[in-house]
Ligand binder design. Sequence first.
Ligand SMILES: Cc1cc2nc3c(=O)[nH]c(=O)nc-3n(C[C@H](O)[C@H](O)[C@H](O)COP(=O)(O)OP(=O)(O)OC[C@H]3O[C@@H](n4cnc5c(N)ncnc54)[C@H](O)[C@@H]3O)c2cc1C
Length: 366
Amino acid sequence: MKKILIIGNSLSAWSIASAFVNKKVNITIIGDKNKIFGAQQLSPNGFRALKKLTENNDVKQIVHEIVKFQINSYNNNNNETRNLKNFYFNEFDLKYFSVSKEMLINFLIKNVKSKIQINEINKSCVGIIQRNTEKLEVLMDNNEPISADIIIGCDGVNGITRKYVCGTTKIVKKQVFRGVSDDKIKLLLEQKTLELNFSSYGHIVSYPFINNNKKYINYVFIPNRFFQNSNELLNKIKSIPKFSTIEWNEGYFYFYEDEIQPLYKNNVLLFGDAGFCFEPHLAQVGNNIIEDANYLKFLLEKNNLYHEIFENFSRNTSPKKRKLKSISNIVGISFGINTLTKLRDNLVSNFSDQLICNFLKKVWYD
Ligand SMILES: Cc1cc2nc3c(=O)[nH]c(=O)nc-3n(C[C@H](O)[C@H](O)[C@H](O)COP(=O)(O)OP(=O)(O)OC[C@H]3O[C@@H](n4cnc5c(N)ncnc54)[C@H](O)[C@@H]3O)c2cc1C
């Protein structure tokens, strides 16, 4: 029986473990306990893939439907917010959701564990050793080696597996603020609405989600390039009445500047952010992790030669990621401008519903 070591224990680790539930393999997941926070958007491609991957209709019970996408622009000269565009997903038969990250990962864990036995090691590892062409070892933080036939790197952008497979990678680091609120009035206002707010400091995305039967609003604020790492930033954003009470947690997001790289080398496969990571403006990186896991499950059902499967997986998933990477970059630039904002706002307010629908479908399904 093949021994597979998955490094990392977050979304990509449990998604890829789900892809192996019908194979006779011995899986060990290595990773420290995570503090999971907030929510993510689940677009129709991600939702459909999650249902297929887990073969479980209960997925409906962990998601919260979003029916409206509202785009606003805040003008800091007169303190006014202008509504530019409202788009209703159901008018085009599109289903859009939010999901608590904790509930999504727990759903995947429960589903995998109900089908196969998984060994878990709550530690981190520090390196990969290639003893010979067939024999791999993972070195744990206490120097103990663990052998494997296949290693799957789900250890994120800055992980050790990316370095092993791709060597040096150009990683871009950007500041981001996140917040979660359970303010009842705001919840009422933002019921089933995904909001995108432009401001001269950056853009803010907010949407409601449910975690363990309680409703919250998830906020993400991405400062534009003029305000990245500015000392006055938080005061500026708190001066916008709508966001004055949010407790922002500062963090960073990372993405690869390099061309999309091959994901497989010497029995080590990169998966999730460790393999592909582009800017988060399309809310697609996590959705693509679930889609990729479902695609890998499909490949695994048809073939037993792991080497061939992983090479096909690496080759066939790259074109979509290449395209999403460039669209996301252009979207990020237009969200973050602070000159010609009137032109952008007028353009957005004149977008037809059909145009938005076509754009979303291109991002999700092409
Ligand atoms: C601001 C923002 C908003 C986003 N919004 C959305 C959205 O709405 N929809 C969407 O689909 N996606 C979204 N994403 C993307 C999505 O959140 C990520 O793609 C996804 O969470 C990545 O999961 P992962 O498991 O690959 O990596 P990570 O979540 O980074 O997990 C890596 C894991 O590996 C572990 N690890 C690292 N090194 C080691 C080691 N040496 N040993 C053991 N364990 C190790 C870490 O502890 C961690 O648990 C967003 C991203 C950002 C930044």
